[in-house]
Design a protein around this ligand. Sequence first.
Ligand code: DQA
Length: 343
Amino acid sequence: MKHIFLIGFMGCGKSSIGKKLSFQLKKPFTDLDSMVEVKEKRTINQIFEEDGEQSFRDMETSVLISMFDTKLSYVVATGGGLVMREKNRRIMKKQGIIIYLKASADTLYERLEGDEKRPLLQTEDPKAKIEQLLAERGPIYEKIADKIVEVDGLTPSEVCKLCVDAFEQEKHERRQRRIERESRNRILVMHGPNLNFLGIREPEIYGNKSFDDLMNYIEVEAANQGLEAIFFQSNHEGQLIDRIQEAYNEKMSGIIINPGALTHYSYALHDALASIPGIPKIEVHLSDITAREDFRKVSVTKEACDGQIFGKGFEGYKEALEMLKGLMKPAEAVVGTTGEKAE
Ligand code: DQA
């Protein structure tokens, strides 16, 4: 998101509000019409008279394209007819946030009456011309805008305040969409106490392969399923709980957890897992906990999970990934979706 484009009919206040907004947001201001005038060393009226509207529209598109090159982030007042070209709409969408300053025909007429700098209104009946142009352009302004600010009856300061709010809200919504997009297909694979000692600890039960070997195995199997595995291991109950809560805030698509010995007595871990709705969770154990000491036969965390797999070594994680994928919301199971805002 680079620039803030103010769109709307001539007279809706794009230049005056744009200057105020630029001051408020501490961003430089520019006006596309002025950019054309400076580049051409002629006024808009002269360009219309000498070269006609189409040439002016080409000049407008070319200065709009040049906005890609600037390193700064501008508040940009646009010409009222700019949005009529599909190419211009695409360029603006790519370069930033679009705010439509929406004014009624009455307000516009009040503001524009007698203004000789507006070539399109030099007609017998400017009010009818405003109504006709507004009927053509209004729906396009609305469709392309990220946010609409109604200006009728408001002072410039009030409109500016609404624009700041609209900008902040749009920024927030885009950030949220980005987080959602990035977290799609992302799962958390958690390990509790002593699992980092795989390969060293009781190899007759857990095998000779290291914890790193297990991570590599899961990473590859997850990728085969179109999932991105994020790993976390801790020997501390509280850290595991904190990570589960973070996973919720990060909108992870699922959790695979081997809580180690905490499985058998940590109600706090059970509660943490039970506290995050909407995220499927699978509990995994390398060994067959039902065939070992009695204290291992009980899992207090299992109830907070959607499935449990034990006694299958590394393979158990592959099964857990498949199970998790089956439980993920359909939209999240699709690889490569962009999550773009629907039109
Ligand atoms: C384990 C089983 C637990 O009983 C034990 O405390 C572990 C590993 C497993 O993966 O088999 O640390 O979770």
